[in-house]
Design a protein around this ligand. Structure first.
Ligand SMILES: O=C(O)CCC(=O)C(=O)O
Length: 301
């Protein structure tokens, strides 16, 4: 865990999930770190084999599926379209971690689950559409505990352009560019969990990215080009020529079974009214076995 210095807690985090439930102080430490800093990194959640499998599944799907966006490709609500992603994100390995964060309450999955390859992202938080973002009250609400778990499926050095950057503690303050940024160095298989209110950025667009996007925005309508696709395809040619490896990630949003999580999920459902789907039977029974109701984004209107 990068934002905790306790040597014991690091060792305990590496214990099997079954052992973790017997360590309330460690669990409290995770919850406390999230509450105070707005993010945590848990090392070695996935085995190298799991990372390789998930990366392969994601790349294969995104070759033809997903949307051209932000200079890469992106699939919203991926657990409804890629069975393997749903199975993986609801596996015991992942759910045991989520339970540590939400206990003593059950886990609620909001249904937000993104798969992406090579997208760029500038500084933002994930609550701009939330009604309580307007008056800022969401940022002073200590009972708000909605989080995203992120798996970056390649190593990302803390100083690399590719890594996730956060402004620690900004989840309690709103968008505050004056707070120092921190690059979260991770190895493939580590999990990052962050408060959806925290200010964060992924792979920032470079000068070339910004110029390319502007160029395609200008000539796209004249040449009847799909601007997003042209931008993504051009970036991928540049990446290939410069031998830059693909940057692949999967995200899922969750929280404890309380009013704040339900209201966040409901708000997402209104924003994406077209998203309706069912999860496969194995996933549904795995959720039931863990006392997790199917994500409400996929529920009938
Ligand atoms: O591409 C990234 O690493 C950023 C992801 C992100 O901003 C998000 O999931 O909200």
């Amino acid at each position: 865990m990068v934002n905790s210095t306790g040597a014991n807690s690091i060792d305990e985090l590496r214990a099997p999930a079954s052992e973790l439930s017997k360590a309330p102080s460690t669990t409290n430490q995770l919850q406390n770190d999230l509450t105070s800093d707005g993010y945590i990194v848990i090392r070695d959640v996935l085995t190298p084999e799991q990372v390789e499998r998930l990366r392969r599944v994601a790349k294969q799907y995104l070759r033809s599926g997903g949307k051209y966006l932000y200079g890469g490709k992106f699939q919203l609500h991926a657990m409804y379209v890629v069975d393997e992603v749903a199975k993986f994100m609801t596996s015991n390995t992942i759910l045991s971690r989520l339970k540590e964060i939400t206990q003593p309450l059950d886990v609620v999955l909001t249904g937000e689950c993104d798969l992406m390859i090579n997208t760029t992202s500038s500084w933002h938080n994930d609550v701009p559409h939330h009604p309580r973002c307007v008056d800022g009250s969401i940022f002073s609400d200590e009972s708000f505990r909605v989080y995203k778990i992120a798996f970056y499926l390649q190593d990302q050095d803390e100083n690399s352009n590719a890594t996730l950057k956060v402004r620690p503690r900004s989840h309690l303050k709103g968008l505050v560019q004056s707070l120092p940024a921190k690059g979260l160095g991770v190895r493939a298989g580590d999990a990052i969990i962050f408060d959806v209110r925290i200010e964060h950025a992924g792979q920032m667009p470079t000068l070339i990215d910004r110029s390319l996007r502007k160029f395609f925005e200008r000539i796209g309508p004249l040449l009847r080009l799909d601007v997003q696709k042209a931008f993504t395809v051009t970036r991928s040619i540049i990446r290939r020529l410069s031998r830059t490896p693909d940057r692949v990630a999967v995200f899922m949003t969750f929280g404890p079974s309380d009013a704040e999580t339900y209201s966040y999920a409901e708000e997402g459902r209104h924003r994406h009214p077209g998203v309706r789907g069912t999860l496969n039977a194995d996933v549904l029974s795995q959720l039931a076995a863990n006392n997790i109701v199917p994500p409400i984004i996929g529920a009938p209107a």
